[in-house]
Design a protein around this ligand. Structure first.
Ligand code: HT7
Ligand code: ZN
Length: 852
């Protein structure tokens, strides 16, 4: 397959300032008539090359006249042109109902919708399908009025009318220049939850959340989140919405979370639909975050877009940073930071340490869809966050203002963004740019040594080798740090921000009156791994006294990790320090319950594995269960108190009610781990009496991990209650796939045959196959059956939906982290995948790179 390289970038040969699309929509045969106004870019004699994917040109006209002077170069249409400006008309026919890839125009639950990022537009019509070709779009949609009464596209509605034969049409104009990946249309039998938003300059924007009629009652939360996002972007970034309408449509079959098409966002329905009976607090939060994310793209992505796909993090990293900041402002910023860091460690750190590691601005790709990764999104967001930290809030805002002003209406690069940071911030980011070019998670060792009234902090950094990058240069690491008196608990200095730039650096602290304890990388100021010489006592102290909530959480996590890794490697069972630290946190009534719930959770099996030279899934599972059991038993009274303290909680979506629910289920888990005789009944009661999905799911997952007869009863009751609700059934499949029971692999194999399981819906495929492959114990069963099962499923899924299949390869690619027997079995499955006839390039890239 072809490799696309960043260094090969050239400006487009032909610009397309205007495009008119005329689509006669029909699921079986949609006619697409396209007119392009093209202009030669610079002095050259190259023909017009229009990307296509699976298209056959039915007619080609140049300047109004039918021509045969064109040819196909593979999937692309090539038209020689003599002048500097022409109109080109093409006609194609496509079949959305046969589009199982969900890229381009496709059918989902009776509606027609599009997904064009990254390269889906070329599956609809011939076009220079690259993000630096910016055009003004006019779109006319025609369809059967009964099946498709609602016709939506980007921009503002201009006109509509009726036709003979039961058809109708609508015309939409988007006045803003946009790349083809932001094109969208939707046709369906939809209803809208409508609202309005008055912008800071006093314009009224019509808002609509479009769904099928039975789902209308589940759209209030998304609409509310949209209004909050619009107000937040005005207040925090000075960004105002620019069209008269903003529509969101929810679809059931979607490869990703959502898509920021100009004025017409298309969403995976799981990120729109919510009511207390069907959505968890996690879902509610995710809906608000994704609505915000897509809305924020209107500026960071749409008004200023990307020059080429290597710059993807320019819009994604920045927009994730923006949505994280928005969510932090809606509730507890500390808990949000903990959740974001946990997510980064669960998905990005392993990616950065594995065969698919790549820089935030990659150098090459085979299939761009494979690069919508945690590195581009989440590490990209951390890179923006570090610049914001270095500049401080005022200068960072000045820098983003400069960026938006300077690049409005253009396709920009990461370098353009960094230059704005430098200019408005008055800083030199030359070395900092390595965050864009070097892959791998930097590791810092921090050693604090006391010499009388002085302490010396020795810092060393190491950026590990990654594929294609054997040798690394030192990075700029912004580290927030502080010292606390180990005896009095008092801060011994103000928080400092230091920039670690060298391989090794030292800091001296003078006039210390007591032994200092180091608090470092506070707020997770740099996305790195820090190793310190802090003792269990130091960590326990910080977990109780640090005044930075993130550092407090982090100290507890480190204490737990150290204890667990010792248990796994030496069989140690000294859990006293962890038990005391958890007791302190759990009984500290001054703490927010949501924070307590996060702080007392043990690190996941896979995060424990990430700390080890060779991952031992079974030993990790046993060590973690043993610590859970000891915590459960030693603190049983405290868990019960916490559980009961959170019981009187009628559903309300507020930070404090969410925190109470979270702590309730975490406590339930520990009560179950203690082996208490009433634990199963407690879980079952929580499950059955719940007035909301968070509690119901909490009860269910606790039971699903155990062996009580109530387990089957709860699973069956859940299934019966929610049969027909796809999003909730996803939870049912997922809970079973994530079960910590020994027979999970067997159960998951059986669930594939369940009448509600299908690979053609991405959410369903991810809920079973995706969830199972991150269940460390079950997936890495020494027999290799987990690997075989996942490979079989991915080979089948690739035939339908290569993008979704390829995204599920990484767990198999982690073979180097396991013992020889497991590694050989994982490799064998990857080899089998690579050898599959007709494999997509998506899967080929992921699986073949994973073998290196
Ligand atoms: N910008 C959007 C990316 C996206 C996407 C990428 C590949 C294949 C399907 C896709 N659907 C949406 C989502 C976002 O980051 O907002
Ligand atoms: Zn995005």
């Amino acid at each position: 397959p072809n490799v696309t390289r960043r260094e090969d970038y050239n400006e487009p040969d032909w610009r397309v300032p205007e495009i008119a699309l005329d689509l006669d929509l029909d699921p079986a045969a949609t006619r697409v008539r396209t007119t392009l106004w093209v202009e030669r870019g610079g002095v050259h004699d190259r023909p017009l090359r229009l990307d296509g994917d699976g298209l056959t040109a039915l007619s080609v006209k140049v300047d109004g006249a039918e021509t045969m002077d064109w040819h196909m170069d593979g999937p692309n249409l090539v038209v020689p042109l003599s002048g500097s400006a022409h109109t080109i008309e093409t006609e194609v026919e496509i079949a959305p109902e046969r589009n199982t890839q969900l890229q381009g125009l496709y059918a989902s639950s009776g509606m027609l919708c599009t997904q064009c990022e990254a390269e889906g537009f070329r599956r609809i019509t011939f076009f220079p399908d690259r993000p630096d070709v910016l055009s003004r779009y006019k779109v006319k949609l025609t369809a059967d009025k009964t099946r498709f009464p609602v016709l939506l596209a980007n921009g503002d509605p201009i006109a509509q009318g009726e036709l003979d034969g039961g058809k109708h049409w609508a015309e939409w104009h988007d006045p803003f220049l946009k790349p083809s990946y932001l094109f969208a249309l939707v046709a369906g039998d939809l209803v809208a939850n409508r609202g309005t938003f008055t912008t800071m300059s006093g314009r009224e924007v019509q808002l609509g959340i479009w769904v099928r009629a039975p789902d209308l009652a589940k759209t209030d939360h998304a609409l509310h989140a949209l209004k909050l996002s619009m107000a937040w972007d005005e207040k925090v970034y000075g960004r105002e919405y620019d069209l008269d309408v903003f529509n969101i449509v929810a679809v059931d079959d979607f490869n990703f979370g959502a898509m920021e098409n100009k004025g017409l966002n298309v969403f995976n329905s799981r990120y729109i639909l919510a009511d207390p009976d069907t959505a968890t607090d996690y879902d509610y939060d995710a809906i608000a975050a994704v609505v915000a994310h897509e809305y924020f793209h209107n500026w960071s992505g749409n008004r200023v877009t990307c020059r080429d796909w290597f710059q993807l993090s320019l819009k994604e990293g920045f927009t994730v940073f923006r949505d994280q900041s928005f969510s932090a402002d809606q509730g507890s910023a500390a808990v949000k930071r903990i959740e974001d860091v946990r997510g980064l460690r669960a998905s990005q750190f392993p990616e950065d340490a594995g065969p698919l590691a790549h820089p935030v601005r990659p150098d090459e790709y085979i299939e761009i869809s494979n690069f919508y990764t945690a590195t581009i999104y989440n590490k990209g967001a951390e890179v923006i966050r570090m610049m914001a930290t270095i500049l401080g809030p005022e200068k960072f805002r000045a820098a983003t203002d400069l960026y938006f002003d300077r690049f409005d209406g253009t396709a920009a690069t990461c370098e353009d963004f960094v230059q704005c940071m430098e200019q408005a911030g008055g800083v030199d980011l030359t070395q900092f740019r390595r965050w864009y070019s070097q892959a791998g998670t930097p590791r810092v060792s921090a050693t604090l040594a006391q010499e009388g009234g002085r302490a010396r902090l020795s810092l060393r950094q190491l950026v590990p080798p990654t594929p294609g990058q054997p040798v690394k240069e030192p990075m700029v690491l912004p580290l927030k740090l502080k010292l606390f008196g180990g005896f009095t608990g008092r801060p011994m200095c103000d928080e400092q921000l230091i920039l670690l730039k060298e391989d090794a650096q030292e800091l001296l602290f003078e006039n210390l009156s007591e032994t200092p304890v180091l608090s470092i990388n506070r707020g997770f100021s740099a996305p790195i791994v820090v190793e310190t010489n802090r003792t269990a006592k130091d960590l326990a102290f910080l977990s109780a006294h640090d005044d930075d909530p993130f550092a407090r959480y982090e100290a507890m996590q480190q204490l737990m990790l150290d204890t667990l890794v010792t248990s796994v490697t030496n069989g140690g069972t000294d859990h006293a320090a962890v038990i005391e630290a958890v007791r302190n946190t759990l009984t500290d009534s001054a703490l927010d319950r949501a924070f307590v719930a996060e702080a007392v959770l043990l690190p996941s099996d896979s995060f424990i594995g990430d700390q080890m030279a060779v991952v031992e899934p079974e030993a990790i599972f046993r060590a973690r269960e043993a610590l859970r059991a000891d915590l459960g038993k030693a603190l049983e009274a405290e868990w019960r108190a916490a559980y009961e303290g959170s019981l009187a909680n009628r559903f309300e979506y507020s930070p404090s009610a969410k925190g109470a629910r979270r702590l309730k289920t975490v406590s339930l888990g520990y009560i179950a781990a203690s082996g208490a005789a009433d634990a199963d009944q407690l879980a079952f009661d929580q499950f059955s009496l719940a007035d909301n999905m968070t509690d119901r799911q909490g009860g269910l997952t606790t039971l699903v991990n155990g062996a009580s007869p109530l387990r089957e009863e709860a699973l069956e009751a859940f299934y019966q209650r929610y049969q027909g609700n796809g999003l909730v059934l996803d939870k049912w499949f997922q809970a079973q796939a994530l079960s910590t029971r020994e027979d999970t692999a067997e159960m998951v194999e059986r669930l594939v045959a369940h009448r509600d399981f299908t690979l053609s819906n991405p959410n369903r495929a991810r809920s079973l196959i995706g969830a199972f492959s991150v269940n460390q114990r079950a997936f890495h069963d020494v027999s290799g059956r987990g690997y075989r099962f996942v490979a079989d499923q991915l080979i089948a899924l690739d035939k339908l939906n290569p993008q979704t299949a390829a995204k599920l390869i990484p767990p198999l690619g982690r073979w180097k982290r396991f013992d020889e027997a497991r590694a050989a079995k994982m490799r064998a499955e990857l080899e089998r995948i690579v050898a599959t006839p007709g494999l997509s390039k998506d899967m080929f890239e992921q699986a073949s790179k994973s073998l290196d």
